[in-house]
Design a protein around this ligand. Structure first.
Ligand SMILES: [Fe+2]
Length: 360
């Protein structure tokens, strides 16, 4: 790609990252500068792309500047919006933990409670602007199964919405996401949390969780598709999945959506045996599996959403430089074009000595 084309792309990326004037009094930490800031005597103060800190705000106020340009994009949410999202998320987590504990102790799913969580908390939440970025930023390393269940419910809801599911059908898909790993409450905790490689016996035990989950739901008044999604979320179109090795059309649509959400969340979350991967690495795995194991339409829908949500995201490169993503290609999604804080455009597909290390 030529230098001119790169510049055009940078301009195009403004479609995702509009810039607006912001009064210094209204500046919030976490906002990103949309243009270089120069002082009244024209000396350079801060570079475009700088993430605003408390110290910056104090400094800018001391210099009596009126306003600066900030980036206004889905990937540049104020700390307040993120903190509101986190509060709602953690509130759901408390209820979810209680619900999972109930299943563990009484061997019975508190269905009404789960449905209430979906209808009044999770379903409204999927409308949140920049939700994938919010999920990325609030990651904690406790209670993996509960967090994973909630994340999969949210991501399945996003995919469902984009695939035009609505009303009860969308709510049931989110419920299936929330319940997909419910069978894990019957798998010994030492296996679930084992940091080392699992033995064949332990692997066999963990692979029973879809059937355990199905049995827990079998007699309950939930749609058959929800039960099937719990049973089939590890099935793969080419027959390589479990528990039954089902293929193609034998796998229900809810299970196909949850499979994509499950792969993405598992990869982008820190596990006891490995650290989290970047969303773009997860996207590359989804691309690899979309024509063999996963549903191509579901994958494509999610990948479009995911790539858009990554435009404008702040990242760290392997040489320590901070940058933000301005373009993601069709194939080498792990190697986007980025713009560094000093304004340099780098096409990582060509600059093979550099890697995208992490999202920040
Ligand atoms: Fe699972």
């Amino acid at each position: 790609m030529s230098e001119k084309e790169l510049k055009n792309l940078d301009n195009l990326s403004n479609g995702y990252t509009t810039k607006k004037l912001c009064r210094i009094d209204n500046l919030k930490t976490g906002m990103k500068l949309g243009k270089d800031v120069v002082s009244i005597d024209s000396s350079f103060l801060l570079a475009e792309g700088t993430t605003i800190t408390r110290a910056h705000i104090k400094h800018l106020k001391a210099l009596k500047l009126n306003s600066v340009y900030v980036v206004d994009s889905p990937c540049c949410r104020s700390e307040q919006a993120l903190s509101n999202f986190e509060k709602k998320y953690e509130k759901i987590m408390v209820s979810l933990k209680l619900a999972f504990e109930h299943v563990r102790i009484f061997n019975e799913v508190p269905l009404a409670q789960m449905q209430e969580l979906v209808d009044f908390s999770i379903n409204p939440m999927i409308e949140t602007r920049g939700i994938l970025e919010c999920l990325r930023k609030i990651q904690k390393q406790d209670c993996y199964t509960y967090r994973h269940s909630l994340n999969v419910a949210i991501i399945a809801g996003i995919i469902g919405k984009w695939c035009k599911y609505q009303g009860r059908e969308l709510a049931d898909l989110i419920l299936a996401g929330l319940l997909h790993d419910i069978g894990k409450v019957q798998v010994p905790v030492y296996i679930l949390n084992k940091p080392a490689r699992l033995t064949d016996g332990e692997m066999q035990e963990i692979r029973k969780h879809p059937e355990y989950g199905y049995k827990l739901l079998k007699e309950l008044a939930v749609p058959q598709k929800v039960k099937m999604a719990v049973l089939q979320h590890h099935e793969r179109k080419d027959g390589s999945g479990y528990p039954k090795g089902r293929t193609g059309q034998e796998i229900c649509d809810y299970a196909a959506i949850i499979a994509v959400a499950d792969v993405y969340d598992a990869m982008t979350t820190t596990r006891v045996y490995r650290s989290k991967q970047t969303p773009l690495l997860a996207a590359e795995v989804l691309l690899e599996q979309m024509y063999s194991q996963l549903d191509p339409y579901v994958c494509n829908t999610f990948l479009t959403y995911l790539k858009n949500s990554c435009i404008g995201a702040s990242v760290r490169l392997s040489d320590g430089q901070l940058a933000w993503i301005i373009h993601i290609g069709q194939q080498k999604v792990c190697r986007p074009i980025v713009r560094t804080a000093d304004g340099q455009l780098i096409n990582l597909e060509l600059q093979r000595n550099l890697e995208l290390l992490e999202f920040i």
